[in-house]
Every structure is written in C-alpha cells, then in structure tokens.
Design a protein around this ligand. Sequence first.
Ligand code: ZN
Length: 90
Amino acid sequence: MSSNVGQNYPYTSESEAERAAVIARLVAEREDLAATLAAEATPPDQNERWWVWKCPTKGCPGLLHAAGYASEKHAVYVVCDGTCAKTFLR
Ligand SMILES: [Zn+2]
C-alpha cells in the first residue's frame, strides 16, 4: 500500500495553543498554504490536544501538525513543518 495514510500512529501530541502557533507560522512562511487550506480543509474544532505525526517523506525531519479536517474525507488534514512542506491526511 503506497497511500499517504501509512504509518498512521501518532508520534506525540501538542496543545491547541501549540498547534495553532505552528500552523500560523507555517501559513505566514509559505505563500500558498493559506489558499491550499481554504480549498482543501475545514477549520479545526475545539480539541484541547492534537496528535502530531512524523513526516513520512524520505529524508524530511518534519512533524505533521493538524491544520483542520479534509473537506471530503473523514480525516485530519495535516501540514509538515519540515523541508518537504507537504500536506497529508491522517
Ligand atoms: Zn515533511
């Protein structure tokens, strides 16, 4: 199975404040991210804590932070904070 749903177990967790800060920083740093999130994800709900996953991209040291929910699937929409800068569904 080569889908990006592999390695689905979380690596750690973070508070809502930590999650919101990371996503805000990534949106500020990456020109297209805000538009991508607006098109592909719905805003996150009011969880106190969020899972964080290791990025599955080879060679990328990043972690995946929840940015919201995928618009058309029941999945968390996550953004890598590392060098690959990809988005995934978890
Ligand atoms: Zn990555």
